[in-house]
Design a protein around this ligand. Sequence first.
Ligand SMILES: NC(=O)c1ccc[n+]([C@@H]2O[C@H](COP(=O)([O-])OP(=O)(O)OC[C@H]3O[C@@H](n4cnc5c(N)ncnc54)[C@H](OP(=O)(O)O)[C@@H]3O)[C@@H](O)[C@H]2O)c1
Length: 347
Amino acid sequence: MKTIDLALLGFGNVGKAFARLLTAKKQELQEHFGFNPRITAIATGSHGVCLDPSGVDDQYLLNLLDSEEPLELSVLDKMAFKGDMFDFIRQAPAQVLVETTPVNPRSGLPALDYLRAAAIRGLHLITANKGPVVYGFRELTELTKEHGRLFRFESTVMDGAPIFSLFRGPLAGAKLHGFYGILNSCTNLLLDRMRGGETLEQAVAYGVSIGITETDPSNDVDGWDAAIKVAVLSNVLMGQNLTPMDVKPTGIRGITPEMIASAESQGKRWKLVCQGGWQDGHFHVSVKPEMVGPNSPLYTVDGTSSYVNFALDVLPGLGILETDPSPNTTAFGLLADLIDIVKSETR
Ligand SMILES: NC(=O)c1ccc[n+]([C@@H]2O[C@H](COP(=O)([O-])OP(=O)(O)OC[C@H]3O[C@@H](n4cnc5c(N)ncnc54)[C@H](OP(=O)(O)O)[C@@H]3O)[C@@H](O)[C@H]2O)c1
């Protein structure tokens, strides 16, 4: 049985959910995909670092996660680790780096530098972080390719829903003309809760409490998370070279209770609508709140759901709806990437 050793850089909502999912699916991965995943290294910003070449004990790790005590990972360290994140990347006894640190929509740093260092070391890369994808998609793809490795990032747009793998696989022969949708599930939930009478601040506090907001919730509210996803889709699927700043997002901060009531009275709802695509020979992108009526597929996308509709030359409208996202669904995107990487080694 092949063993795949993983270094987790970032161990917050998503990193922890991934560790739980790996443990829950371990037997299935062994039986159906012929590999045994082991977490051999974990690094956080302020909860310690651990390295263990024989793999951290799954049950011990789960017990730590379930404990009421603040997490301190150094109790699992078997290599007396000292150093910074780059030392961690150099020393981690792993074949794959799974990066889940917070997004930086303005530069992708420091995650982009972490992933560069790991690619140069010859590791496969998996990230849930949109920053390094939007600022480093081509570079990281080339760097990993030079070492016969892969760069995967399925969970950066719509969590665990298959988007990038769909275009690499079943949609490989189709040409994408454009897309639209609701790509930020957090603001969709906030707008729903504001429709129910909450203020923006109350709605944000709820979003934070269920772990659905970005580490800095203003990245959601001001449209940056949506803008970065629009840029990621445009760059990866449509050959563009955009930054989130090029998208010039308008978030939901300006939506007032009066505007919500007015939309209701017209039988409409406010949605933060994302778009990208070719029009009259130019590539256009936007993120802005729009009132949509019951005829739009966006009207019934409620709560934390998200939706994307692709216009392809061969399929005029292909919609993908994801309901009930959470760190667990994001963790599944990471797992799907891992399975893809393991399969690539036997192709
Ligand atoms: N939450 C979701 O459902 C979701 C969905 C899709 C994509 N994502 C993306 O997934 C990533 C992680 O999200 P999350 O919700 O897990 O975030 P989170 O709970 O804030 O966890 C971030 C982790 O990264 C660590 N960290 C922060 N700054 C660091 C640095 N400079 N160097 C090394 N480690 C650092 C933190 O350390 P401490 O433990 O010390 O704080 C923490 O362990 C983000 O990029 C996010 O955009 C999240």
